[in-house]
Design a protein around this ligand. Sequence first.
Ligand code: PEP
Length: 251
Amino acid sequence: MNKLFAANWKMHKTTAEARQSASELVGLVSGKLKAGREVMILPPFTALAPVVEALRGSAGFLVGAQNVYPQKQGAFTGEVSPGMLLDAGASFVLTGHSERRHVLGETDDLVGTKTAFGLESGLGVILCVGEKLGERKAGELKAVLERQIRAGLRDVPKDTPPARLVLAYEPVWAIGTGEVASPKDILEAHAFVRHMLAEIFGPSGSELRILYGGSVKPDNASEIIALDNVDGVLVGGASLKADEFSRIVLA
Ligand code: PEP
């Protein structure tokens, strides 16, 4: 399975800035990307088209969206359908990101509906899960992960091609805080996610990728990427500057 390096740009960058960053990244990474690695940029909706354009023809680069609404079309003001994302050139979408769960109030149930609908509509999905600091301190890590994974994958067909479904373990306390989880924490959480995937999907659970996210930087990326059951990284803050993100991708 290819290691995935995903750049979540969140609510940053105008169309011109996005085009510029994506082109710069291609320039920095092209020809140097190790075999078995792929790079995904997840810009805001408004910058999907310019990023698709900037990456056109560059092997190993993908575009994803940060959110989707689980309906084909209709009276859902402000929302974007899977078909619209595919039309704009995105091939993946994030579901269950901690900011959607904890800032925008998305429930486990909605995350599950979005995940299944996104897959059914032809998108690949990166389903994010992770515990809050209080939950970790209360010894609830595995219970939270199990609840989010079971709900997130509730309606996902067991024969989903492994390349189209990615899990991301992102401890909420490590996102955007500069506080990265320790290798021991990451190993423990990823082993548990892998165990859950095997329970849900059987043997193909070992073929799904599990990303780590939470304050990944150029100086900690290579250590994280080398850990067991870590099949890539999901990067927020450090993905905004092409130079910084390229050092993670090439780590
Ligand atoms: C994220 O937004 O998914 C994330 C991991 O952010 P950061 O890298 O800034 O912690």
